[in-house]
Design a protein around this ligand. Structure first.
Ligand code: SAM
Ligand code: SF4
Length: 331
């Protein structure tokens, strides 16, 4: 299964362990939230562990735990502990909104998470509360301090760049990379059908973000991809900074040519592309007693369906929306 029909090596699985979230970021979901997957339809931890084991036997070496908000699911620490004993799995990371991180940072580290991504779109408490519809900025900042103190590495801070909202904070975010080894990653806003956004007016391209930083600091290009399992960020550095600045540009620059990932949704489907609603059901066959070989065969079928590219072209306008929300897909 490792290589798809466009010769891309598929070695990275993003696992959404829940579609629930304690925030309601307005670019991710509507304020009333999204209709939630029923309890029985969410994969049980043992089921996820089995899927990961089979995926690893088929060539996956890197897993990222995400959601919804992964830290709201009960038993997440014990689950991660079990995941780390999966033979052949070399890299396990977590994406979180950081609101519960202070409480979990030590336990997650002991369980085996060393690499962490924290989403943070404003450094202003009022604006943060506004975009997340009620989130507490200080809780996230305490979480970031905690992972730094404990020694997580790398620590990546994901910032969705939004015109009229945080374009005046781009420099403040970039400066966070000066004294601490944080990688600040600017992500272009994607037009998701589930969210409350006015994409045409809120979208800010990463070339504009880079320009804003370049007016004050010289950015040195570090690299695009060093390891086969690396993501699509282009990495830069302000000279003498301890950390780095990454740009993830799904709208203005397609990185589909090097896409190496599959996504396991919280309800047990393998999604072949973040921005296509094409999925392969694993939960049904799993609960009907399929063998590992059959499961692997289904994974291979999903890989075979991976499209050459997504359809969020900027230059042709925002042609298509993906109808499922990031919280249920596992962004
Ligand atoms: N709740 C966790 C968090 O916020 O980090 C994990 C799941 S969240 C869906 C994963 C990432 O998707 C976050 O960094 C979030 O900012 C990003 N995201 C959600 N909606 C997006 C959109 N419309 N465009 C770009 N990124 C988006
Ligand atoms: Fe929740 Fe993450 Fe979506 Fe924000 S981006 S609503 S924190 S799942």
């Amino acid at each position: 299964m490792t290589v798809d029909r466009y010769n891309r090596e598929i070695n990275y699985l993003r696992v959404s362990i829940t579609d629930r979230c304690n925030l309601r970021c307005d670019y991710c979901m509507p304020k009333e939230g999204l209709s939630l997957i029923g309890h029985d339809d969410i994969l049980r931890y043992e089921e996820i562990l089995r899927i990961v084991r089979v995926a690893v036997s088929a060539g996956v070496s890197k897993v990222r735990i995400t959601g919804g908000e992964p830290l709201v699911r009960r038993g997440v620490v014990e689950f991660i502990q079990s995941l780390t004993s999966t033979e052949g799995l070399r890299d396990i990371s977590l994406t979180t909104n950081g609101t519960l991180l202070e409480m979990y940072a030590e336990k997650l580290f002991a369980a085996g998470i060393k690499r962490i991504n924290i989403s943070l779109d404003s450094l202003n408490a009022g604006k943060y509360a506004r975009i997340t519809r009620g989130g507490d900025l200080n809780a996230v900042l305490r979480g970031i301090d905690a992972v730094y103190r404990i020694g997580y590495s790398p620590i990546k801070i994901n910032v969705v760049a939004i015109k009229g909202f945080n374009d005046d904070e781009i420099l403040d975010f970039a400066k966070l990379s000066l004294d601490k080894p944080y990688q600040i990653r600017f992500i272009e806003l994607m037009n998701l059908g589930s969210a409350d956004l006015d994409h045409a007016n809120q979208y800010l391209s990463n070339s504009t973000v880079r320009e804003i930083i370049n007016r004050h600091y010289r950015l040195e290009f570090i690299n695009a991809k060093t390891r086969k399992t690396d993501g699509p960020a282009e990495i830069y550095k302000i000279s003498a900074a301890q950390g780095a600045i990454g740009f993830i540009s799904p709208v203005s620059h397609q990185f589909c040519r090097t896409c190496n990932r599959l996504r396991l949704t919280a309800d047990g489907h393998l999604r072949v592309c973040l921005l296509s609603d094409e999925e392969v059901d694993l939960k049904g066959p799993l609960r009907d007693g399929c063998s590992d070989a059959e499961l692997r065969d289904l994974m291979e079928r999903a890989v075979a369906k991976k499209p050459m590219h997504h359809e969020l072209y900027c230059d042709e306008g925002q042609r298509k929306k993906c109808m499922k929300g990031m919280s249920s897909i596992g962004g």
